[in-house]
Design a protein around this ligand. Structure first.
Ligand code: C5P
Length: 206
């Protein structure tokens, strides 16, 4: 059983995916972390972000066991990740790793941008989780301020819009809902309501 969850930055995919994985006892992979880990390895080594051959090598060295959102959460890493995510060779390398994860028993939940369209096009359940840019920016802003870091709401919003443009506008595997994905707009939904809506869809497919 594979559950594919896609959507733009800060739509709540991560929280929802972890909740679903816990509910069904499935393994969970936040595929954004594989792009972030590749970007961080390049930044740490002082290597350029625009050399596709070097970036591909770093992508091939990413190990799933070591991925940790805490270490990879920095804004600069997210920005760098979305830059190297436009490179086909980087995507190919990471998609291979993600597909190997997807077949783990008894089931998996993968979240990202291209799971339902490219990584696991045959997944029996596909969710496309979204929310308006304003709502996503508000959630991200509250999270940053909640962690004790000052932030500017309009800057956070501009950032979200820029990331959307890059993720939806790239030629290779752009962010878009798969034809057979269930759309879940969480703009006016609590996490609990989004989880229950997802559970109804998943239970119908089990
Ligand atoms: O989800 P997160 O913000 O951690 O992802 C960082 C970046 O990695 C995204 O902006 C996107 O460009 C890229 N990404 C991707 N495909 C995925 C997951 C993430 O291109 N499946």
């Amino acid at each position: 059983m594979i559950i594919a969850i896609d959507g733009p930055a800060a739509a709540g995919k991560g929280t929802l995916s972890r909740r679903i994985a816990g509910e069904y006892g499935f393994h969970h992979l936040d595929t954004g972390l594989t792009y972030r880990a590749t970007a961080k390895a390049l930044l740490d080594a002082g290597l350029p972000l625009d050399d596709e051959t070097i970036a591909e090598q770093m992508a091939r060295d990413v190990e799933l066991a070591g991925l940790d959102r805490g270490v990879l959460s920095a804004h600069s890493i997210g920005e760098a990740a979305s830059k190297i995510a436009v490179m086909p060779l980087v995507r190919q390398a990471l998609v291979e790793t993600q597909r190997a994860f997807a077949v783990r028993a008894p089931g998996t939940v993968l979240d990202g941008r291209d799971i339902g369209t490219v990584v696991c096009p045959d997944a029996p359940v596909k969710l496309y989780v979204t929310a308006s840019a304003e709502v996503r920016a508000r959630r991200r802003f509250d999270e940053i301020v909640g962690n004790g870091t000052p932030a500017d709401f309009l800057e956070v919003l501009a950032d979200i819009v820029k990331r959307d443009e890059r993720d939806m506008g790239r030629a290779d595997s752009p962010l878009r809902p798969a034809a057979d994905a269930h759309l879940l707009d969480t703009s006016e939904m609590s996490i609990e309501a989004a989880f229950l809506a997802a559970k109804t869809i998943i239970d119908a497919a089990l």
